[in-house]
Design a protein around this ligand. Structure first.
Ligand code: SAM
Ligand code: SF4
Ligand code: SF4
Length: 344
């Protein structure tokens, strides 16, 4: 514990929630164009991505994380965009892993750039775990959803690399979208059963505005669970920790577990202990936010750590976010920041 935290009570927001988890977007760019995240019609050559000079440096990220730790953050997730597009990401991991209060550092990636060497370097730098996104095993379905001409095998190899580097259990994120990849639910479950990897089914969300989200494109987690239970019976498992986003289920025949993230049909705002830092240093207290708070300007204007801390405490204690509990098709049209920018 820091001297400064010894007598410090971590702040709670207006709903009594504390801050444990910081998601850090290291880039808003991606080499995929997943239709539910960065559809090509919007993220094309006219789209203005962040310029390099606007990105937080690794030093700046480390400094901010050290202040966040004082507020109670113990868990970090590096994300984007595609975080492995950011060069020397292992250097950032190494810096963050040296912060004693940080218990867990994870990375979410599409896997396309995760070679065996990269995985080993990240593990050596102090990364704890990796989540890899994969929406189907069929090449055609995968390529239609990710909108790139790359083979599924590349992602499967990345999963093997992560596992071999000791970055497991590897979690596999599958966004299920009506009419796009429901037929991949059982093949994906079959493929990952018994491997030790944890497949998680994610309800399609109305993050940002680019994906033109419709409620009827959401496949409710209950439906996914029924499909799987019909083939391989499952039973609920206890959460690993309070406020866990994914609900856990285990196969009754002992072949491991799956998770469902039901942000639309079973919102979990009441236990939301997360904040998000964009690659250009804006802080967001909800994934569905319209506006953020400019930490980079504060940082670059010479604010010292106590000033940054005061600012963060004020922001967090002011927080009342509960978007998913209020969601309707109409709220989905409100201007919101994009997932690729704010970090998944
Ligand atoms: N590029 C990396 C990846 O795809 O893993 C990290 C960033 S991505 C924004 C993080 C996660 O958000 C991925 O698992 C992705 O499938 C998920 N995601 C993106 N858009 C989504 C949406 N509209 N609804 C639900 N999940 C979404
Ligand atoms: Fe890129 Fe990840 Fe978004 Fe797909 S989900 S477009 S891989 S940032
Ligand atoms: Fe947290 Fe916002 Fe999601 Fe609710 S909608 S769980 S407050 S990120």
């Amino acid at each position: 514990m820091n001297a400064s935290t010894a007598s410090f009570t971590p702040p709670r927001d207006r709903r009594g929630r504390s801050l444990h988890d910081l998601r850090i977007s290291v880039t808003d760019r991606c080499n995929f164009r997943c239709t539910y995240c960065m559809p090509k019609e919007v993220f094309n050559s006219d789209y203005v991505f962040l310029e390099r000079s606007r990105l937080l440096t690794f030093e700046e990220i480390e400094r901010l994380v050290r202040v966040f730790v004082d507020l109670g953050v113990v868990k970090l997730r590096l994300t984007g965009g595609e975080p492995l597009l950011r060069r020397h990401l292992d250097n950032l991991v190494e810096r963050l892993a040296q912060i004693p209060e940080i218990e867990d550092i994870c990375l979410t990636t599409n896997g396309s750039l995760l070679t065996g060497e990269t995985a080993a370097r990240l593990a050596e730098a102090g990364l704890d775990r990796i989540t890899i996104s994969l929406d189907g095993l069929d090449n055609e379905v995968f390529q239609r959803l990710s909108d790139v001409q790359r083979p599924v095998d590349e992602v499967l190899e990345a999963i093997d690399h992560a596992s071999a580097a000791g970055l497991g259990p590897v979690k596999i994120n599958m966004v299920v979208k009506r009419g796009a990849n429901e037929d991949q639910i059982l093949p994906m479950a079959e493929h990952f059963r018994g491997t030790g990897h944890i497949l998680r089914f994610i309800e399609y969300m109305d993050v940002g505005n680019a994906n033109d989200w419709k409620l009827d494109a959401v496949v409710p987690a209950e439906e996914v669970l029924q499909i799987i239970d019909g083939q391989w019976p499952i039973e609920p498992a206890e959460p690993n920790y309070p406020g866990e986003v994914a609900r856990r289920w285990r196969y009754r025949d002992g072949q491991g577990e799956i998770g469902v993230i039901a942000s639309v049909t079973r919102p979990f705002c009441g236990g939301c202990h997360r904040a998000r830092l964009s690659a250009d240093g804006m802080l967001y207290t909800c994934l569905f936010a319209s506006d953020g708070h400019d930490l980079k300007s504060l940082l670059r204007s010479g604010a010292d750590d106590p000033a940054l801390k005061r600012d963060l405490i004020r922001l967090w204690t002011d927080r009342g976010d509960q978007y998913s509990e209020l969601r309707t098709e109409a709220t989905s049209k409100i201007k919101k920041v994009e997932m690729s920018y704010i970090g998944g």
